[in-house]
Design a protein around this ligand. Sequence first.
Ligand code: C5P
Length: 219
Amino acid sequence: MKLLVSAGPTREFLDPVRFLSNRSTGRMGYAVAEAGVAAGDEVALVSGPVEIAPPAGLAALDRVVSARDMLAALEKRVEWCDALVMTAAVADFRPESAAADKIRKGEMPETIRLVRNPDILKTLAPRKGRRVFVGFAAETRDAAASAARKLAAKGLDLVVANDVTAPGAGFGVDTNVVTLVSPDAPPESFPIATKRDIAAMLVERVRKLLLRQTESSLA
Ligand code: C5P
């Protein structure tokens, strides 16, 4: 399987030294990439700025900074892949403009105008074809219900929902608590597990979905 994985946060710069971002550390996405490599898949990883080392054996690694960079990198690779797993915590907004020079304290505006970033999954949806597209939903409440809405809105095959406030789940820890939400089955909740084990389970789930999609397109 040719697996395209996005991971980590994006940074949206206000000036050369200041940015908006989020708490994503890239651990879940890097675990998915590693699980793919371990299973013998070809894996391309598109990563926002993170502190952790990439897994060995990747077919490609693109390091990106902003949401728009991430979209551009994924647009270049999407035709290549059989499956896209978007674990990245893409910043939904960016400052309307980025100053070329550091904004001086006295010149800092009291309010910063934000504009919406492109939704990467929605932008790539027309190029999905028989590819498997998987999204993540990091929520602080009603994770499964919100994941079901995302599944429909973004036309995905699977959404991995997690409540980032649950103990042992979410940002910066090595474990996660996930629920898989798909169009044709009831939500499936898993007990707390390492991101590594969840990633291995997810890669096999993606493989099954791909097989099913390939078979149905041949039928
Ligand atoms: O809508 P929300 O941001 O919660 O959806 C999360 C999913 O959508 C994740 O898979 C994330 O990578 C993806 N996403 C995206 N483009 C954005 C924001 C999120 O593809 N601008």
